[in-house]
Design a protein around this ligand. Structure first.
Ligand SMILES: C[S@@+](CC[C@H](N)C(=O)[O-])C[C@H]1O[C@@H](n2cnc3c(N)ncnc32)[C@H](O)[C@@H]1O
Length: 225
């Protein structure tokens, strides 16, 4: 289920989220499937950017740990009833692709979306990746980057009381470390990401909190002019 060649929209680091109208890409981890051969998993994972984490309470650690959130940005309450048996979604993608070497021609892509992916690059790689993405986007093309908010997460770590709460907050900072691609190598807050996007040549940069997370995170969009 890919978009037509005139309007290429790319979803990088798709993981267990299969977005309608996008090319869903990821790196080859231990268990992954191609959309063409597993329409059953596509049906389970398919969603839209407006309803990115479609399960109510997906990742709702706030609810789970009843953390005292004084001083931490309040998150919107998830819609729907909490799901008791959330299982990890299988990864189903259209093709394998590494963020720093995407298989598209320069000036050909309308949109690049990276949700909870950019923090997986170290500082110099992150700069190179932004240059690469800028070169692939057509003029007027949009980049959306969604990352954990490291400052808000640090607040959570300070507020955490039990060992379990502390362990969760620490994992939000460093990543799950379940595989070699699951390490956080940089932390972001809105001003820092905005500065990097400006330096990479993007304009019309603004916060776009379209994705409903259950932990501290933010999204920014930027345009190639
Ligand atoms: C935290 S998961 C986010 C998955 C999904 N976007 C979500 O929000 O549920 C990070 C994703 O980035 C992918 N990733 C890590 N390093 C990458 C790289 N160098 N190129 C492309 N994808 C990468 C991982 O395989 C993983 O699927």
């Amino acid at each position: 289920m890919t978009s037509n060649s005139k309007d290429i929209r790319v979803h990088i680091g798709a993981g267990g989220i299969y977005l309608k109208g996008y090319e869903n890409l990821d790196v080859p981890i231990d268990e992954f499937y191609f959309a063409k051969s597993r329409p059953d998993i596509v049906r389970e994972n398919i969603t839209t950017i407006e309803n990115y984490y479609k399960d109510p309470y997906y990742n709702n650690y706030y609810e789970r740990f009843k953390l005292k959130l004084t001083g931490v940005k309040k998150l919107p309450k998830p819609k729907g009833e909490p799901s008791k048996n959330l299982k990890r979604r299988k990864m189903v993608i259209d093709q394998i692709a590494y963020a720093n070497n995407l298989p598209y021609k320069p000036n050909s892509v309308s949109e690049i979306l990276a949700v909870q992916v950019f923090e997986h690059f170290g500082p110099s790689e992150a700069k190179q990746v932004l240059k690469h993405w800028w070169s692939l986007l057509r003029v007027g093309g949009k980049l959306i980057i969604d990352v954990p908010d490291v400052i808000e997460t640090a607040h959570l770590l300070v507020l955490a009381e039990t060992e379990e709460e502390k362990g969760w907050a620490e994992k939000l900072i460093h990543g799950t470390r379940n595989n070699e691609f699951a390490y956080h190598k940089a932390g972001y807050w809105p001003k820092k990401l905005e500065r990097m996007l400006q330096e990479a040549g993007f304009t019309s940069i603004k916060v776009n909190n379209q994705i409903n997370h259950q932990y501290p995170a933010f999204s920014m969009e930027a345009i190639k002019k």
